[in-house]
Design a binder for this molecule. Structure first.
Ligand code: B3K
Ligand code: ZN
Length: 885
């Protein structure tokens, strides 16, 4: 009785938060037995179940979820059930008559080797592995597959000895050999957990071992499992894990709770990693690194994902989500925690800048488009589509705002109370906010709107200085655009961190009317009304406001700041984030002005004052990592967000014009910065070296816009002599954007050198996909056929198709529509075996209304072509139907 492939006969139905009911039955213990074979796996699951008295009536049927399973047998209290005693559907197994407490034994079979959706039990690179969040456990066995059913798991794995490592959650309690060349291992997880945290691995893996002593003196065995040939790329991941463990103890007093912590790297993984209890599964991209193969950005990414999954042990595993509408309870909070961890490990300012950049280029567009949803959504069709930037990154901003409003100590009190109350429970975002309120005697009723209202708020600021009374009056107003299903929004409760600069650029002391004395030079104003006025007194001279310091709220700020004032803030603001912000706004205004000029048929010119402001930043004494950020122009995606109708060509041409003009006018300065920041000696991954490389490589990218022989020679020289991937990729990226003979040579040499390293080849695919040269689509189409490209490997799809469609606006939005047709072709194919990856790729088409009429029609046509496809997954259906609505 193999279940058929997911077929959409009727339009898939939405699930609503308002329909939540507590489970009728609960599971105390789960005893799993996996019998793994090359062509099938047999799973025996013994469950002890009791009815959840408050929430169930007598004799209510037990409905278990299950998908794509072959049911072999069901026993109730050890009695085999016959066909009339249960009902089997495409996605459930119903046991019609059950007592108040009983044991259920279910035997199922699956085919891991055929599972290319990479959810449930599957094979990657010859190893068995699992991915159960959100609803993958039901692809292993019939179960109450919902996070508010928490149980204790025992897992026995039996497999051929060619899979020497047999791993699962918790502690290894027993293992043994069998006669037929097979062996077994038994694991017990002492902590109650929801099914989405279950994991299993069976494979031929080597591991790096280390030990961590917790602050209470317990010794934890740390193991990172990889394929033998990758063992030399695990040191950074191990270091990051130990740093994370220490940081969580120091920052939140949270200690690890098992005797063993395992990380397994697999090549085929839909997301970054998964926080299964005691046995994290990772996309190998977020584990494997050595200087020769990984860039500084990769090293950073590994540190943050290792941290993220580790931090989930408390925020997600010990305290989990009641239902999937609460996903941000664990994800927003854990992203906030990993962001703070990374900030403490390196440059706080650069970390904040990068986080805000991604918020603006991914989350803001999502919040302004057809897929907009609240941090706690009201409904979904496929939960897999809600692992979004809104849930993760806006969710983290919401936590950050509470941190800002309550202060560090207040936030910590709230966290302590949250764990005191909810350890071992499945709870809601509201429970989290309540703990923050109760620990601080604060009312966050209005603040909760951040969880229920979608959309990016817009704040306007206007200030008036009165010399006679030496006062400065700041008026802030807020509004939020309508989003699907939410035409009207109530005002938000927002923390606005701000300061006032004097004519020398120094911070002025801040005293609000009614206060006895000035306190501090950065204040957090609390904006709650649609419009609110704040009056500062004893303001000795007309100030220049620095608003939203550190990006204290995820909003769009409109303030009338002149270009001269922006340049002044860029040069002086004591808040590093706002320095960068002023520079971005200045550059953004200039570029958008040039877009308008281009449309009017006027020549583009660049104001000398901007060139001077950039030169000043380049020569400043700031951390080179911050300087590199200041000199990076706003991206085409960010600029597109600022336009009502995106001018694809105009933005690209204007931005490139500014880059090239800066390179021409500041050529000697960039050459000097390149030399000054070249790091002699062997590669080291530390803040200072990373900073210098980032500025050096930024200088190189500016110089390369000139496409002059000298710059190309410098680039080739760096490419050929680099002892690390950061420098190698920076040179190759610069070359891949220029039409020159060196380009093909370098790309070919790179491929030859790295043809056996799939993660490095992902970079090679990605650079070609992101090239601004006109032939890019043809190259991408050819690369899809390249022998090293594998459509069933998500990393390859993201590196090539994802990079082309999401990070190369000028070539993806080609007016011919060929880019759109290419994406639709790929998505339709991918959807037949991996719906979750297919749906993720579709985001590139969903904001079609932002474009001109020609492109709108072309994008819409592809969306309609996709939705007309028979057998389309509900994942893709949800994105396309909402996009077209
Ligand atoms: N919790 C996982 C998400 C996996 C979901 C896959 N559909 C990754 C993370 O946020 O840590
Ligand atoms: Zn997470």
């Amino acid at each position: 009785m193999n279940a058929p492939d997911k077929v959409i006969s009727d339009a898939p139905k939405a699930i609503f938060l308002k329909d939540y009911t507590a489970p009728r039955y609960l599971i105390d213990t789960v005893d799993l037995h996996f019998d793994l074979h090359d062509d099938y796996a047999r799973i025996t699951s013994r469950l002890s179940i009791h009815s959840n008295h408050e929430h169930s009536q007598q004799n209510q049927p037990l409905i278990l979820q299950g998908e794509r399973l072959k049911l072999i047998a069901v026993k109730l209290n050890d009695q085999l059930l016959t066909a009339g005693q249960y009902q089997l559907n495409e996605d459930s197994l119903t046991i019609l008559d059950v007592p108040a407490g009983f044991t259920l034994e279910i035997v199922t079979e699956v085919k891991p080797q055929e599972n290319k959706a990479l959810e449930g039990l599957y094979k990657s690179g010859g190893h068995f592995c699992t991915q159960c969040e959100a609803e993958g456990f039901r692809k292993i066995t019939y179960f109450l597959d919902r996070p508010d059913v928490m149980a204790r798991y025992t897992t026995t794995i039996v497999a051929d000895k060619k899979y020497p490592q047999l791993l699962s959650n918790g502690n290894l309690v027993e293992q043994g050999e069998l006669e037929d060349g097979r062996h077994w291992a038994k694991w017990v997880d002492p902590f109650k957990k929801p099914s989405y945290l279950f994991a299993l691995v069976a494979g031929d893996l080597a591991h790096l071992h280390d030990t961590f002593i917790t602050r209470s003196g317990r010794s934890v065995s740390l193991r990172i499992y990889v394929e033998q040939h990758n063992l030399d790329k695990t040191a950074h991941a191990m270091h990051s894990l130990k740093q994370s463990m220490r940081w969580d103890e120091d920052t939140f007093g949270l200690e690890y709770d098992l005797d063993i912590y395992m990380i397994v790297a697999v090549d085929d993984f839909n997301m970054g990693a998964m926080e299964n209890k005691g046995l994290n599964l990772f996309n190998s991209k977020y584990v494997l690194a050595k200087p020769e193969t990984a860039t500084d950005a990769d090293f950073d990414g590994i540190e943050s994902v290792i941290g993220h999954e580790y931090f989930h042990n408390w925020t997600g595993n010990r305290v989990t989500c009641r239902d999937w509408f609460q996903l941000s309870l664990k994800e927003g909070l854990t992203v906030f925690r990993d962001q703070e961890f990374s900030a403490d490990m390196s440059s706080r300012a650069v970390k904040r800048i990068n986080d805000v950049r991604s918020l603006r280029t991914v989350q803001f567009p999502e919040d302004g488009g057809p897929m907009a949803h609240a941090v706690r959504p009201d409904s979904y069709i496929e939960i897999g589509n809600f692992y979004t930037s809104t849930i993760y990154n806006k969710g983290a901003e919401v936590i950050r705002m509470m941190h800002t409003l309550l202060g560090k100590a207040g936030f910590r009190r709230g966290m302590d109370l949250y764990f005191e109350r909810h350890d071992g429970q499945a709870v809601t975002t509201d429970d989290f906010v309540k703990a923050m309120e109760d620990a601080n005697q604060r009312d966050l009723t209005q603040f909760r709107r951040w969880y229920t209202q979608a959309g990016t708020p817009e704040i306007s600021a206007a200030g008036v200085y009165d010399a006679a009374t030496q006062s400065y009056t700041l008026t802030l107003t807020q509004s939020c655009p309508a989003t699907p299903g939410q035409p009207h929004k109530e005002p938000f409760h927002l923390p606005i961190a701000m300061g006032l600069l004097d004519a020398q650029g120094a911070d002025m002391p801040l005293q609000l009317e009614g206060e006895d004395a000035a306190t501090g030079t950065t204040r957090v104003l609390e904006l709650r009304d649609a419009a609110q006025t704040f009056r500062f007194i004893n303001v000795a001279q007309p100030p220049l406001p620095s608003l939203l310091r550190g990006f204290s709220a995820p909003v769009k700020l409109h303030a009338h700041t002149s270009r001269t004032e922006l340049a002044f803030l860029l040069g002086h603001d004591s808040d590093a984030f706002n320095r960068w912000e002023a520079g971005q706004r200045l550059a953004g205004e200039i570029i958008l002005g040039l877009v308008a000029a281009y449309r009017d048929g006027q020549a583009m010119t660049l104001d000398d004052s901007f060139v001077q402001a950039i030169a000043k930043a380049l020569h400043s004494k700031l951390d080179p990592a911050v300087v590199a950020q200041l000199l990076t122009l706003p991206s085409e995606l960010y600029l597109a967000e600022a336009m009502t109708t995106v001018d694809v060509e105009g933005i690209h041409l204007a931005r490139e014009f500014v880059r090239k003009t800066l390179a021409q006018r500041l050529k000697a300065d960039f050459e000097q910065a390149y030399r000054a920041n070249s790091v002699p000696g062997t590669y080291r991954f530390d803040a200072q070296n990373v900073a210098r490389r980032s500025l050096k490589n930024l200088a190189l990218s500016y110089l390369m816009t000139l496409n002059e022989p000298a710059a190309r020679a410098l680039c080739m020289q760096q490419f050929n002599s680099a002892d690390n991937m950061t420098d190698s990729i920076a040179a190759l990226a610069a070359l891949s954007n220029q039409d020159c003979t060196e380009r093909a040579l370098a790309l070919a040499a790179f491929y030859d050198k790295w043809r056996h390293d799939p993660l490095v080849l992902d970079k090679w695919f990605g650079l070609q996909a992101m090239s601004q040269l006109p032939g890019t689509l043809a190259e991408v189409q050819a690369l899809v056929q390249h022998p090293a490209f594998e459509i069933k490997n998500p990393n390859k799809v993201y590196s090539l198709i994802g990079a082309y469609t999401r990070s190369n606006p000028i070539r993806f939005h080609d007016i011919s529509g060929a880019g759109y047709a290419f994406l639709a072709d790929q998505v339709l194919h991918i959807d037949t075996f991996n719906p979750s990856v297919a749906a993720r790729m579709l985001g590139a088409l969903s904001r079609w209304r932002k474009f001109d009429a020609t492109r709108q029609a072309l994008m819409q046509a592809q969306l309609q072509r996709i939705i007309a496809q028979p057998g389309l997954s509900k994942d893709a259906y949800e994105v396309v139907s909402k996009s077209l609505a």
